[in-house]
Design a protein around this ligand. Structure first.
Ligand SMILES: [Zn+2]
Length: 151
């Protein structure tokens, strides 16, 4: 309910909907007011459209649905080759994915190994340099502490 329609005296959408379902507000504003009557008739039309769309579904007899379902199952059963084909495609997709992942892992591993080879010398040098610096700059008091971190 908005203030504007309260001031103008027009019914809100909510009030019109309530009127539509027979629980609306007291009074005959909707009969006297052209604006609200038009809005109401639009709502009625919309509701009819929705009901028309839903009603056929509700009215479809259960037997018809059952028959439809049976015919679908029958058609599926008649095409085992097609289903097998689908399953094969799924397997092929899965296999391709596994191959892709495996290939990716292999490439990654190779790359790592190459990098390790390239870095080997520099890593060793770096470690030596770092330990030399550490030994040179480390005060004696921290030596026992360092032992805690040696594995
Ligand atoms: Zn009105």
């Amino acid at each position: 309910m908005n203030i504007e329609s309260k001031l103008s005296g027009h019914w809100t959408d909510e009030q019109l909907i309530e009127h539509l379902y027979g629980i609306g507000p007291e009074g005959n504003h909707v009969e006297e007011c052209g604006d609200c009557r038009e809005r109401l008739s639009r709502m009625v039309a919309a509701r009819r459209a929705i009901e028309a769309e839903c009603a056929p579904l509700e009215q479809v007899p259960f037997d018809l649905l059952a028959a439809q379902r049976r015919s679908i199952y029958a058609r599926l059963a008649q095409r085992p080759a097609a289903r097998l084909g689908l399953r094969m495609r799924q397997w092929a997709a899965a296999a391709a994915m596994i191959a892709l992942l495996g290939g990716g892992a292999f490439l990654y591993e190779q790359n790592q190994r190459q990098q390790a080879l390239q870095n080997k010398v520099t890593d060793a040098q770096l470690a030596q340099e770092v330990s030399a610096i550490a030994q040179a700059s480390e005060p004696n008091s921290t030596a026992p502490l360092q032992e805690l971190f040696v594995e």
